[in-house]
Design a binder for this molecule. Structure first.
Ligand code: DGL
Length: 273
């Protein structure tokens, strides 16, 4: 690991801008860190793509961050974490790589009283059964999975309150909500819809945002390897594979503050690494 006197550099990648919900939690927990974020905005969404394609994209994303000199990588994208984490760890054996599935599952398993747990996510995430398998490894077998693909465009369009998102949330969640006491928000975009989801499922169901859990895990890792930076302001450098016309409003929805730098990048240049 890096010398703790220099600022630790945390690489974070996502299929798009949604992973900034994870960056926010990392910045809250480790404000002195330098965060390098890659959003693959040219190829989002990953959640509707095949396993083979998601793995290839995730490999290119991780290779880019390694080129940028990061000390560790957080796979903020639930889809890439569900489908490609093991593959990435084998491909880049010397790089500490953290996904969002295990931390979210661990938190849900600890918090749930009845051990009846729901997972909501993209089509690829749900199809992978990554959360279900991780819960079963912890002895939790009453698991309900539901893909909620329309939540991603709703969050990106800023439909975060009112009748339209509530009708869609009701459609997706009406079966699951009577069967579980805890739901894992297994997609970077879903914390943006927290209030809508809360209105539909009621107050008694625990909603788990894995972003906080992964930020805690990274913090503990840095502490245990004596790599927590002691001082410094920290920074956020944003790399996007496309600058979409509405990226200002997306940054506002998902981050709420302006990054130090924003740059468009072409992953093809490093894809042969
Ligand atoms: N970032 C993705 C996730 O967390 C959601 C968007 C997509 O489908 O790529 O699963």
């Amino acid at each position: 690991m890096a010398d703790s006197k220099r600022t630790i550099s945390i690489g974070v990648f996502d299929s798009g801008i949604g992973g900034l919900t994870v960056v926010k939690k990392i910045r809250e927990k480790i404000p002195q860190a330098a965060v390098v974020y890659l959003g693959d905005t040219a190829r989002v969404p990953y959640g509707t793509k095949s396993e083979e394609t998601i793995k290839r994209f995730a490999r290119e994303d991780a290779a880019f961050l390694i080129e940028k000199g990061v000390d560790l990588i957080v796979v903020a994208c639930n889809t890439a974490s569900s489908v490609a984490l093991g593959y990435l760890k084998r491909e880049f054996m010397n790089m500490p790589i953290f996904g969002v599935v295990e931390p979210g599952v661990k938190m849900a398993a600890e918090i749930s009283e009845e051990k009846h747990i729901g997972i909501i996510g993209t089509i690829a995430t749900i199809k992978s059964h990554a959360h279900k398998k991780a819960l079963e490894n912890r002895g939790i077998t009453t698991v309900f999975e539901k893909a909620c693909p329309l939540f991603v465009p709703l969050a990106e369009e800023g439909f975060t309150e009112g009748k339209i998102p509530e009708l869609i949330a009701e459609h997706y969640l009406r079966d699951i909500k009577n069967r579980v006491d805890t739901i894992i928000l297994g997609c970077t975009h879903y914390p943006i819809l927290m209030n809508v989801i809360r209105n539909v499922v009621g107050e008694d169901i625990r909603l788990i945002d894995p972003a906080k859990a992964v930020a805690d895990e990274v913090y503990e890792f840095l502490k245990s390897t004596d790599s927590l930076p002691e001082e410094g302001r920290g920074s956020l450098d944003l790399y996007l594979t496309d600058i979409p016309p509405h990226y200002h409003s997306l940054l506002n929805i998902f981050l709420g503050f302006t990054p130090d730098t924003i740059e468009k990048v072409d992953l093809k240049e490093i894809s042969s690494c």
